[in-house]
Design a protein around this ligand. Structure first.
Ligand code: SAH
Length: 254
């Protein structure tokens, strides 16, 4: 069934109003008609099965049939910080990592980031990334839409490390600790039901410089390997995120 995210104000006790692009999508793309059922979520606490009452340009009114409570969110809140990759690869990272279960994305600029970052176009790009997160969250039946933060400088990213319970930066030259060596004890010490905030940091196509890895170590991050093969920048985040969720029992076994 088709799902849509709306803001909390669009929900009233027995009804919901869907506006903007989503309303157009229901009318034009899905060719919705009165009586059709949809799932509507406010992205945090309310989610409901609804039936369409009326469809007008830019506005769909629907009646709530029943509240839904299925929680599809992961126990660990994983943020993916990605040094801006070339072309539209950041979009791929956001789309795929939303499907997998990331709660937030932090693009950042580091020494070897190849792309030029045009501050003037920033608003548009950010808007597009947020739209991609919303659509991917709808697609994969998430209860919440991951946030996409304003791109940070490397320094800005370093100073955010204190906000997390665990920060791992993916480093292909790390031949000691692989990601599981760090995650397994971390999850064990958390206990079966506790949540935690985990930050995964992925470098650009050219990798991190030694200066950057030293700064990350100093700021409290742990360097982790993702196996012996070198992954593309846009693949590494998906792999690391999947490893974290697997290790925390998200794919069974706990
Ligand atoms: N230019 C480097 C590879 C960079 S890969 C080289 O050719 O050696 C881009 C980013 O993906 C890296 O900064 C790192 O964060 C991540 N990455 C890729 N493969 C990895 C691996 N095997 N272990 C850990 N991190 C990896």
């Amino acid at each position: 069934m088709q799902r849509y995210f709306v803001s909390a104000e669009q929900f009233s006790e027995h009804a919901v109003v869907i506006t903007g692009d989503d309303a157009r999508h229901i009318g034009k793309v899905m060719r919705g008609k009165p009586g059709d059922k949809l799932i509507v979520s406010d992205g945090s606490s309310r989610e409901a099965l609804v039936a369409i009452d009326s469809i007008e340009t830019g506005e769909v009114k629907a009646t709530i049939l029943e509240p839904l409570v299925m929680d599809r969110e992961a126990r660990l809140n994983v943020t993916v910080a990605q040094s801006l990759p070339k072309g539209d690869k950041m979009e791929t990272v956001i789309q795929r990592c939303t499907e997998i279960g990331a709660v937030s994305f932090v693009p950042f600029l580091s020494e070897r980031t190849i792309v030029q970052y045009d501050a003037k176009k920033e608003g548009k790009r950010l808007e597009r990334w947020r739209k991609i997160a919303k659509e991917a969250a709808e697609q994969s039946h998430r209860n919440r839409i991951p946030t996409v933060e304003q791109p940070l400088s490397w320094k800005g990213l370093l100073s955010s490390f204190g906000d997390y319970d665990l920060v791992c930066y993916c480093y292909e030259k790390e031949d000691g600790k692989q990601i599981r060596d760090v995650l397994k004890p971390f999850v064990e010490q958390l206990g079966p039901d506790a949540g935690a905030n985990v930050l995964i940091v992925v470098g650009p196509e050219g990798g991190f410089s030694e200066k950057e890895t030293a700064q990350a170590d100093e700021a409290g991050a742990i360097s982790v390997g993702l196996g012996k093969r070198i992954l593309r920048a846009e693949t590494a985040g998906m792999v690391a995120l999947t490893c974290v969720l697997y290790e925390s029992g998200e794919m069974g076994g706990m």
